[in-house]
Design a binder for this molecule. Structure first.
Ligand code: FES
Length: 110
């Protein structure tokens, strides 16, 4: 399967290969997406905030309450927002399309 990362301004689109069980945050970071993931999945930051394509969003298991609470703190959150540290790829996706919010910054602040 593929994950399609789209920049906030849609100027950059990057497709990467993934497999069931891969964590979205790990794939994003490995492909150079500007997501910090400061707390490494402990649901204590929201620096891994992404916006999922609406059709793909419907295929994801719902966010747990702690994730919803962290998303309330994410800049630019939408109804399709999720935390990339809480999403694992599965066979329900041929391509998962993910938008990186404009507020995202990587470790170098780019
Ligand atoms: S890495 Fe901190 S909430 Fe996802």
């Amino acid at each position: 399967m593929k994950v399609c990362f789209v920049s906030a301004d849609s100027d950059n689109v990057r497709k990467v290969e993934g497999k069931a069980g891969d964590r979205l945050l790990d794939l994003a970071q490995a492909s150079g997406q500007p997501l910090e993931g400061t707390c490494e999945g402990q649901m204590a930051c929201s620096t891994c905030h992404v916006i999922i394509d609406a059709d793909d969003f419907a295929k994801l298991p719902p966010a747990v309450e702690e994730e919803e609470d962290m998303l309330d703190l994410a800049a630019g959150a939408t109804r399709y927002s999720r935390l990339a540290c809480q999403i694992w790829l599965s066979d329900v996706f041929e391509t998962l399309t993910v938008r990186i919010p404009s507020e995202a910054k990587n470790m170098q602040g780019r």
